[in-house]
Write a protein that binds this ligand. Structure first.
Ligand code: PLP
Length: 429
């Protein structure tokens, strides 16, 4: 009975009166994946406010259902244990805990990350790593180390909006290359872009991509690296979600196949430990000195106590146990979200099939303008991320990204119902 109750809570079976328990049909599994739009995206101007500015101001505790930003619910992060670790580390260090950290970041933390890199297929040494303020600083350092203002870089379409905005702020021209919903970057389209343009770097998120959720197969990773290194184009790899497969082993990084030292690996613990601790890292290979110099001039060093607390947690805090637990939860939350979306949204939607992480990419019927949906959803107390944010030149006008990192509950279910209603209204208007 306990097993049945658990399966029912997880929405895997349903009780039918006087008949018993039955495996629930997962209608959402039959929904097709979003299509990659052919060709270059159309330029798009935000007529009113830039939704990204609005979205980035969303904070935990705001009275909005948080489906917009890619953040896990605080109760799904090991915050309490981490805070205890931080207090113990601070007590032990006493006044010396207030010292500057070294520019590369505490050796204890680099050692733990290097140890974990064996699982990514990389075998990094502590000295290969520089600790950064989240993956954001890692990506910024990487771009600044390999590009000059005016250069062109390849980005995925769609891609994480932080990369697009960073490229813009650094005076870089972002060339979007479409991705396949299940397999990752379109290799033929990438080849053509590399042939037609002088490209200074390529930025990819091969493991549980934001927003689409695919994980590239190892063969494709190898193929893309060979293609880039033949043309001497450095690859900046963003691996923020790599630790979060829903099942099976952790995927390898592209850096694991980097025979010509042309991959800069960026990552962080923002999605798995604490976004606010800002623990990120970069393994920059031959650009390490350039990255370290840039890091010194930008911020001298990172916060010593937070870095040491993260090191201690990775060493002793049950990080792997925590991951095993939360990976499964994210898989289930995505499944619940998909079912609710299929139930409530207009006919003809397409949904991504993430194999890790906690994001869902939805293609709505073409008549549903996601910027309009963004504004009307906000007025109804729901935050979502509209598609045009995920491409440097807009496009993806009828796509939205939904954050499934929040614990599934009645408020979520209600919010998806309201979103579906609003989408239908826009479709008919
Ligand atoms: C793909 C991707 N890269 C980088 C980041 C930024 O990570 P951090 O919070 O560690 O700076 C995010 C955050 O959402 C992300 O989704």
């Amino acid at each position: 009975l306990q097993a049945y109750t658990l399966l029912e809570t997880r929405h895997l079976i349903e009780a039918r009166p006087k008949s018993g328990f039955f495996v629930r049909a997962r209608v959402a599994d039959l929904v097709p994946a979003p299509k990659s739009p052919a060709g270059v995206q159309k330029t798009m101007e935000f007529t009113e406010v830039d939704p990204l500015d609005v979205l980035l101001e969303d904070r935990a505790g705001a009275r909005l259902t948080p489906l917009g930003l890619a953040v896990p619910a605080p109760d799904l992060l090991p915050g309490v244990k981490l805070a205890r670790t931080l207090a113990a580390v601070a007590r032990k260090l006493g006044p010396s805990g207030a010292a500057y950290d070294e520019a590369a970041g505490a050796e204890a933390l680099r050692t733990e990350i290097a140890r974990r890199s064996l699982q990514w297929g990389c075998a990094l040494k502590p000295d290969d790593l520089v600790i950064t303020v989240g993956a954001t600083e890692a990506l910024s350092l990487a771009l600044r180390a390999v590009c000059q203002p005016g250069d062109s870089i390849v980005v995925e379409a769609p891609t994480y909006f932080g990369i697009t905005r960073m490229a813009h702020d650094l005076g870089l021209r972002a060339l979007p290359v479409v991705v396949d919903s299940d397999h990752g970057i379109d290799v033929e389209a990438l080849k053509k872009t590399l042939r037609d343009h002088r490209v200074a770097a390529c930025v990819l998120t091969p493991n549980f991509h934001n927003p689409v959720g695919f994980a590239m197969a190892d063969e494709r990773k190898k193929h893309v690296i060979e293609m880039l290194s033949r043309r001497r184009v450095p690859l900046i790899e963003d691996d923020v979600y790599g630790d979060l497969p829903h099942a099976g082993p952790r995927p390898r990084c592209m850096k694991a196949f980097d025979a010509s030292d042309s991959v800069i690996l960026c990552g962080s613990y923002s999605k798995t430990l604490a976004p606010g601790y800002r623990i990120g890292y970069i393994a920059a290979g031959r650009w390490r000195k350039a990255v370290l110099d840039l890091k010194r001039s930008a911020s001298l060093s990172g916060p010593l106590l937070l870095n040491l607390a993260a090191a201690e947690f990775l060493r002793n805090g049950g990080y792997d146990r925590y991951l095993r637990h939360v990976r499964q939860i994210y898989g289930e939350q995505i499944a619940r979200m998909k079912e609710a979306v299929v139930d409530c949204f207009p006919k003809g939607i397409r949904l991504s099939r993430p194999r890790g992480g906690f994001l869902l990419w939805c293609e709505l019927p073409p008549a549903v303008d996601s910027i309009k949906l963004f504004h009307s959803a906000r007025a109804a107390g729901i935050s979502i991320a509209p598609g045009p944010l995920f491409c440097p030149r807009g496009g993806f006008r009828h796509f939205i990204r939904l954050n499934c990192g929040q614990t599934w509950n009645a408020q979520m279910e209600r919010s998806i119902g309201i979103l579906g209603h609003l989408a239908r209204k826009i479709e008919k208007s």
